[in-house]
Ligand binder design. Sequence first.
Ligand code: HEC
Length: 130
Amino acid sequence: MRKKLVVCLLLLVGVHFAQAQNGIIGEKVYKTKCLVCHQADGGGVPNLNAPLDGATNVVGNDIARLVKIIRYGYNERVALDGYYYSNAMTPNPALTTTEIAAVLNYIRNSWSNKAPSVTIAQVQKLLKKK
Ligand code: HEC
């Protein structure tokens, strides 16, 4: 009985630790690779860089699109929530699947954003499909 409780507690601590780690990686990736364009408050730059805070696509369910944008960059010049952005987003070929999942969870759950988590396995599968 006691043993089970200890195992249970250890598992809980482990899960929390993994989540905290993921949060730290996500923030680090954002600060080093994304902040320069999307800004610290996720607000982007009008007409130039799309905002991530409050963006329908960022908190939406098309995870495949988000993963591809982060890995391969984005220069579609389509309207995003009614506005156009003239800059081109650079690709991130060096980011690992862990880092892509972490930064995705970071942008989906920062500022006013609140969206379900993306797993590393999900990112792996989507990148394989291409
Ligand atoms: C060089 C500037 C730049 C950098 C660096 C950059 N982005 Fe972007 N990002 C853009 C621009 C510009 C767009 C819109 C492009 C377009 O409309 O064609 C965009 C679009 C996006 C979108 C789509 C938004 C939507 O509403 O559909 C996501 C998601 C995104 N960026 C995430 C990231 C993440 C995560 C990083 C860091 C790994 C990052 N960006 C780094 C400039 C940048």
